[in-house]
Design a protein around this ligand. Structure first.
Ligand SMILES: [Zn+2]
Length: 1094
């Protein structure tokens, strides 16, 4: 039965709720209109409203408050809910999958045929617009690759039948020498028995494909949209996914029969046996069909892999593992968008796997936290630690407590329980939530986390209905929603005192380098207008945040900007060894009150230091000063540090240049990531105690020891920005854009986060930008809407399938207006006794996020090679366990991947070959430390695109098309020299121009008459009034708007020197630093798995 249907619609929260007067809607964080205009909430599709839309300069920018403030009446988070189920122990939480199946819009839970093969979008995309069926046919028939599209087939049963019935043509890969002929392949030693493990993998091709292209005999109805020719987003063969809620569309009928897979090559998707009889088996590997030839490309790149690209009409020599036959990230992303991007994700059902981060979807909170707040590596946890150990799948949650939401979604409601404060379990201190079970007519409740029976205070009493649910359940966010806030009482405040509003202190390096580059002048000019846009709350007219200013080189200058002064006053502190704040009154001021004095100061600073010869700087004393100022003002706050050089002046925290690339690949490599002195950690600890968050903007011309300088930002929940060789002309836009966003973003201060779990599991490890002084409390001097905390869980007891597992993340923080609040996120997960259920409910993107963070922390203490080996081993164990326990018995030569993890190898390879774990010659020590630090608090969407960049073809879709251009796999062989591509990874943005791009296109975009006249390295496209120019510039803007940092554009011409830079991001290829190609890595992984199995 579908539990969702058992609950009647409930009143919305927007309706008058006399029950508790203090209940109003928070404007914190979520609503873009208020204070945080940029909203990179992970969506790839289309532009997001945000900062980028506002004019870049000064006063013309729309104030952050211009957006509509969140309306408390518009939100109606509850339509039909199924909340009650969790609290009632005995609910019908049947197999989650069944429930999920029923939720699927337009899906055919059981009937939809698997189309494991033949659905790689890569087939379509490099060639542009949606192919007609005829085109597809032509391409396919020209390729002669097995595994493509077999129309024929036993229509029924395949989806359900035991996989063994599929095993057939094991001879698909007759040739054992394939690997050697693979141009780039440093073939990993292959096992002797079967020349090429990777290739032998998939067998049973025909039948499974067949099922992919024929409607199931008894299957459900076809989706209407699939009966016609392919639409742009569709791929033929629609990918099916084993997860019920990923069920794919049926294949289009358009595919003509006759595209026989006669070739020897195509690896076919193995399928594992369905674990639950009666529903479709989890699709494995998804080895797709091959692409057609790419006649245009390849020759200029002799070194490039040529797999599949030159095939032409004659049969390919059966020697290579076809890249098209291995799981494609593009295809998986595309499929998920098509299958899950249309209906809101409703959180009422326990253990549902959300759509991918690359899919644009809305969320309806019906009792569990939105995936924007929490994503898990698996939504179905093994019941026992033995099972968990066997599977080796890390159990982790990536939590973004203050995540920004799209405008369509409501921010968490704020519940005010008055002086009594939020209701909690007496024993474990968990907060009231939808999973608590009320008993004894409503007089008591049993804690869902620790089972303790608690009395319900009289003021909170309410009767229960016949199902045992409180009759006011849907009037109270804390009884019906996954996420909400409580107003905290004074008991939750430091020193039992309500906090003062926070302060921002701008601390500007005015040494020679900062002046010479024009940085100081630029910054001061910008601050004059930016200060009008400090974060504010709700409908507040002005920000409650006070500001202060410090400049420094090897001494510090404090400024009195009290409103009563005619001119600012400077006070110099040269005793940096014992930092104190020389003034209290007049240092932190309200912007509006002191506007004239502040403006005067900002005008004077660049002049005052214009002739400076001072090149030395201090660093620790600067932060110390800011922290002491906050302490004296008894408030939390944030320091914005603008710093240019290695702090070599005599002072605490003085550093020496210890950069030594020779340490790479030695046991001492880890020291490159460690701070060179303990002074920074000590300082950070003091900052955390004060609620002093530090954001660091670096403008280095050479080594500045990012590993050490970033310690304080890292431990205080701050951010680091780095602009190497900063020049105003080239880097102004990027810096100002980052600065504006950073200053305006809503921050929670002086925060503590605790994650509670139900009996059986507990949080054991944490990753992110924060400090911990004990094993449970994550302390964050500041936390913004971009930052995540990743939590790993381990078993400490047996879990129960019926009751599942619960997480509750509670974040206590001070809002921008100085209000003390608790934000609560709850999430219920399923528990399983069958490993297959674990593998069916995993999320690879989250897994990779966790594994990358784990590895990036590991390099602090272990040799990098050991870290890499650990990742590879773990991945092999995960996949081997699946192979052994969940996949059907079949030839050992087959590589069988769980459907939900079929991208694990490609993504993991990207992590392994990333700059931190396998640096190339061009990456600096500082950059490695910088990236390492960035990844630590990235969310899942950010790590996804960071490790596997997005590559978009610009000329293959009609110019008038408003949808995002087709994505292409990140490999050189996917590039056509007649096309142009945008590549982005959240930090970098390239426009690659093929040498044979049409002259008209060149003219339209660059306003020059030929390819050779395009300036390589260009960072701004000319503003031209033609559709192509508008479209490309618009696309660039929209990509930037989706990211938390401004991406500077670099135009790269084919075969130009800069191209090496670009190729670094083609992550499916072998890298210059020795990173394996995807194909090679998959083969290697297969070998590892076979070793584990034998
Ligand atoms: Zn409890």
């Amino acid at each position: 039965m579908n539990v969702n249907q058992s609950v009647p619609p409930v009143p919305s929260f927007g309706q008058p709720q006399p029950v508790y007067p203090g209940y109003h809607q928070s404007s914190y964080g979520g609503q873009s209109g208020s204070t945080a205009p940029t909203i990179p909430y992970g969506a790839y599709n289309g532009p997001v409203p945000g900062y980028q839309q506002t004019p870049p300069q000064g006063m013309s920018r729309a104030p952050p408050s211009s957006g509509a403030p969140p309306s408390s009446t518009a939100q109606a988070p509850c339509g039909q809910a199924a909340y009650g189920q969790f609290g009632q122990g005995d609910v019908q939480n049947g197999p989650s999958s069944t429930v999920q199946m029923q939720r699927l819009p337009g899906s055919q839970p059981f009937g939809s045929p698997l189309a494991p093969v033949g659905n790689q979008p890569a087939v379509l995309q490099p060639y542009g617009p949606p192919p007609t069926s005829a085109q597809v046919t032509a391409q396919l028939s020209g390729m002669q690759i097995s595994g493509a599209v077999a129309p024929a087939p036993p229509s029924s049963g395949l989806g359900y039948g035991p996989p063994t019935s599929l095993a057939s043509a094991s001879g698909s890969f007759p040739n054992s020498g394939l690997y050697g002929s693979y141009p780039q392949g440093q073939a990993p030693p292959l096992s002797q028995a079967q020349g090429h493990p990777g290739i032998q993998t998939p067998q049973r091709s025909a039948p499974s494909q067949a099922s992919g292209f024929t409607p199931p005999a008894s299957g459900g109805p076809r989706l209407p949209s699939m009966t016609g020719p392919l639409l742009p987003g569709q791929s033929f063969g629609g990918p099916s996914v084993s997860q019920p809620n990923h069920v794919s569309s049926p294949p289009p009928q358009a595919l003509p029969p006759g595209t026989q897979m006669t070739g020897p090559l195509g690896p076919l998707p193995p399928m594992h046996s369905p674990q639950q009889p009666g529903y479709q088996p989890q699709q494995n590997g998804s080895f797709g069909p091959t692409r057609g030839p790419q006649p245009n490309y390849g020759s200029p790149y002799p070194a490039a892999p040529t797999f599949g690209s030159q095939s032409g009409p004659q049969p390919l020599p059966p020697k290579r593992l076809d890249p098209d036959a291995i799981p494609s990230p593009i295809q998986v992303i595309e499929d998920d968008r098509n299958n899950r991007g249309t209906e809101p994700f409703v959180t009422g059902v326990r253990g549902q796997v959300p759509p991918l981060v690359t899919t644009n979807f809305l969320v309806k909170d019906q009792g569990n936290a939105s995936p924007r707040y929490i994503r898990c590596t698996s939504y179905n946890i093994p019941c026992t630690s033995d099972m968990a150990k066997q599977a080796q799948v890390p159990l982790a949650a990536v939590i973004k407590p203050l995540a920004r939401l799209p405008p369509e979604e409501a921010s968490p409601y704020v519940v005010d329980h008055g002086e009594s404060g939020p209701l909690r379990c007496n024993r474990c201190k968990a907060y009231m939530c939808p999973f608590m079970q009320f008993i004894e007519g409503g007089r008591r409740f049993q804690c869902c986390f620790c089972s303790c029976i608690n009395d319900v205070p009289p003021q909170y009493f309410q009767h229960l209905d016949h199902t045992g649910k409180r009759v006011d359940a849907y009037d109270r966010p804390e009884l019906s929603l996954g996420s909400y806030e409580f107003l905290a009482t004074v008991d939750y405040c430091k020193n039992s005192k309500f906090p003062s509003p926070p302060a921002f202190i701008f601390m500007i390096d005015v040494s020679y380098n900062a002046i010479r580059t024009g940085l100081v002048r630029l910054l001061c000019e910008e601050l004059k207008s930016l200060l009008d846009f400090l974060p504010r709350e709700g409908g507040a007219e002005e920000s409650a945040i006070r500001v202060g200013f410090v400049t420094y080189n090897k001494v510090l200058h404090f400024y009195n900007v009290k409103s009563s002064l005619a001119q600012p006053q400077m006070m110099v502190v040269s005793d940096v060894a014992d930092m104190f704040v020389p003034l209290l009154d007049g240092f932190l001021v309200n912007v509006n009150e002191s506007r004239a004095v502040i403006t005067s100061l900002l005008d004077q600073i660049p002049e005052m230091f214009a002739d400076t010869r001072e090149t030395e700087t201090v660093f620790v004393p600067v932060i110390q000063a800011g922290m002491e100022a906050l302490k004296a003002a008894e408030c939390a706050g944030k320091l914005f540090l603008f710093h240019t050089s290695l702090p070599i002046a005599e002072a605490p925290g003085k550093l020496k240049n210890r950069d030594d690339r020779k340490l790479i690949n030695t046991d001492k490599e880890k020291t490159l990531f460690q701070p060179q002195t303990g002074a920074y950690q000590t300082l950070a600890k003091e900052c955390v105690a004060q609620g002093c968050c530090v954001d660091l903007f670096l403008f280095p011309n050479q080594y500045v020891d990012v590993a050490t300088l970033s310690v304080v930002p890292q431990l205080t929940g701050g951010s680091v920005y780095k602009y190497a060789c900063f020049q105003v002309e080239n880097d102004q836009e990027r810096f100002l854009s980052d600065l504006r966003r950073d200053v305006q973003k809503v921050v929670g201060f002086d925060a503590v986060m605790r994650v509670r779990t139900s009996t059986g599991i507990r949080a054991v490890d944490f990753f992110g930008a924060f400090y911990m002084s004990n094993t449970t409390d994550v302390e964050l001097a500041g936390l913004d809407g971009d930052k995540t905390v990743t939590v790993e869980f381990k078993h400490d007891d047996r879990l129960n399938e019926e009751s599942g597992a619960l997480l509750q993340c509670a974040l206590l923080y001070t809002s921008c207006a100085g209000q003390r609040r608790l934000r609560i996120h709850n999430l219920a997960l399923n528990c399983c006794t069958q490993l297959a259920d674990l593998y069916r409910n995993c999320e690879t993107d989250t897994l990779i996020n966790y594994m990358a963070k784990f590895a990036y922390r590991g390099v602090l203490n272990s040799p990098v090679k050991a870290v890499r080996d650990t990742l590879i081993t773990q991945c092999a164990q995960i996949l081997a366990c699946y192979r052994k326990n969940c996949a059907s018995p079949s030839s050992a030569g087959q590589l069988i991947l769980p459907e939900c993890m079929k991208l694990l190898p490609v993504y993991l390879n990207c992590v392994l070959k990333s700059d931190v774990l396998q640096p190339g010659a061009e990456i600096t020590t500082d950059d490695r430390a910088y990236v390492r630090q960035l990844v630590t608090s990235m969310d899942v969407a950010e790590t996804n695109v960071f490790f596997y960049p997005r590559l978009l073809s610009l000329t293959k879709s009609p110019i008038e098309s408003t949808t995002e251009p087709p994505a292409v796999r990140a490999s050189e062989e996917r590039l056509s020299n007649g096309d142009m591509y945008l590549l982005e990874n959240g930090l970098n943005l390239f426009l690659w121009v093929g040498a044979s791009v049409q002259q008209g296109v060149v003219q339209s975009l660059f306003s020059v008459s030929s390819f050779s006249q395009i300036t390589s390295g260009l960072s701004v496209l000319p503003v031209l009034d033609n559709p192509l120019s508008k479209k490309v510039r618009g696309l660039i803007d929209s990509l930037r708007a989706q990211r938390s940092r401004y991406m500077k554009l670099i135009v790269v011409k084919q075969e130009d020197k800069l191209e090496m830079l670009f190729k670094h991001f083609l992550v499916e290829d072998k890298s210059l630093s020795g990173g394996a190609s995807y194909v090679d890595f998959l083969c290697h992984m297969h070998k590892e798995i076979r070793q584990l199995l034998s």
